[in-house]
Write a protein that binds this ligand. Structure first.
Ligand code: SF4
Length: 159
């Protein structure tokens, strides 16, 4: 393993990279996620970094109730996330469709039908503190066998 790779692994062991996906929400939950980034909650103080690149992510953060455009795209995006990985859904929409689940609806919840959900944060919308707790809760899963996964990955690269 190169020194740069060792350094990258050491940093990633102490941080969680979150890829944020909106599958058709009213933006209420998205605003609470934005609040997590603002100085009051300052999610980065916990080593959590939010971006939109699945190839660099540890956690997929999902809002919305699965609009038709996401039915194929979300599983595809999930496949691009390297192991170990986790999914945290935000709000009632990914669980039940919430206020959008009416006769004639186009959405198709729950999100867990399409990708394996690790933790679901209910609420319409949930509080930023609940969102941060759920992401930190996923850390146990992400870093439990981190070294094992890294060795497996290196073995795969050498082949
Ligand atoms: S759970 Fe409520 S606030 Fe969040 S996206 Fe759905 S309707 Fe909007």
């Amino acid at each position: 393993m190169t020194i740069l790779q060792q350094l990258k692994n050491a940093v990633r062991q102490r941080s969680i990279h979150v890829c944020y996906v909106n599958t058709g929400s009213c933006n209420g939950c998205d605003i609470e996620i934005l609040a997590c980034l603002a100085p009051r909650y300052d999610i980065e103080q916990y080593g959590i970094y939010v971006h939109n690149n699945p190839r660099e992510a540890d956690v997929i953060l999902v809002t919305g109730g699965m609009s038709p455009q996401w039915i194929d795209k979300l599983p595809d995006l999930w496949d691009r996330v390297p192991e170990p990985k986790a999914v945290v859904t935000i709000g009632n929409c990914p669980i039940s469709g919430c206020v959008f689940n009416r006769p004639g609806k186009l959405i198709d919840p729950p999100v867990s039908k399409y990708i394996p959900v690790t933790a679901a944060v209910p609420g319409c919308p949930p509080r930023p503190s609940e969102i941060i707790s759920a992401i930190l809760g996923a850390a146990d899963i992400l870093f439990k066998d981190y070294e094992v996964h890294q060795k497996e990955k290196e073995g795969g690269l050498k082949k």
